[in-house]
Design a protein around this ligand. Structure first.
Ligand code: ADP
Ligand code: MG
Ligand code: ZN
Length: 189
């Protein structure tokens, strides 16, 4: 028999690139395989109210637990859980890294999805580090709102309350029309 080991999959890209859709697709397959799955999302992600579910922009959903700090993942972890999913990983910051390491040590399969870049095109912690650590990385692109090419960035087109692009802007979280997917060429437009 194979020795059990941890396994880290990362799904990264800009807003609207289908990260949540892809995470839900993988979680649904795991559920079909009768794997014990636990999914976590950050409290700040209040889109569609405070329902305990992941939601994608195209209407897919999957039950999740809502937490404020990444350490709660370890506290809430069921012994029988085989697969741990985390959406919008960027809101947990670097504190998520030791938690992911601990889950891998416990031989969990960890699937983390999140923004690779901020709305002003800076690497968004902890995704860059997670991508470096991962067994597998899926880097997704969206469709550029202006020209229809592949978009690796997203841009804030509404003035928000926060200046720091790594801090969630409570006035804009879940407001999809505040951001647009943009390709490299159209980013400055
Ligand atoms: P993410 O989690 O990366 O923000 P979602 O999984 O929630 O993305 O949503 C992906 C879906 O968003 C696509 O399948 C598509 O229906 C829709 N969508 C809306 N705007 C765009 C866009 N500019 N590019 C690609 N998909 C878009
Ligand atoms: Mg998403
Ligand atoms: Zn473009």
């Amino acid at each position: 028999m194979k020795v059990k080991t941890g396994y880290l999959e990362v799904i990264a890209g800009p807003m609207f690139s289908g990260k949540t859709e892809e995470l839900i697709r993988r979680l649904k397959r795991a559920a079909i395989g009768k794997k014990k799955v636990q999914v976590f999302k950050h409290k700040i992600d209040s889109r569609y109210g405070s329902e305990k579910k992941l939601f994608s922009h195209n209407g897919m959903s999957f039950d999740s637990e809502i937490i404020e700090k990444s350490s709660e993942i370890l506290n809430c972890l069921d012994k029988k859980t085989e697969i741990v999913g985390v959406d919008e990983a960027q809101w947990f910051g670097d504190e998520l890294l030791p938690v992911v390491q601990a889950l891998l040590k416990k031989h969990k399969k960890v699937i983390v999805s999140g923004l690779a870049m901020t709305f002003d095109r800076q690497p968004f912690a902890p995704l860059p580090t997670l991508m470096a650590m991962a067994d597998g990385v899926t880097k997704l692109s969206a469709i550029c709102t202006i020209c229809g090419d592949d978009a690796v960035f997203h841009k804030r087109i509404t003035k928000g309350k926060t200046v720091d692009s790594t801090v969630a802007d409570p006035s804009l979280v879940g407001k999809f029309d505040a951001y647009e997917a943009r390709c490299r060429r159209c980013w400055k437009k």
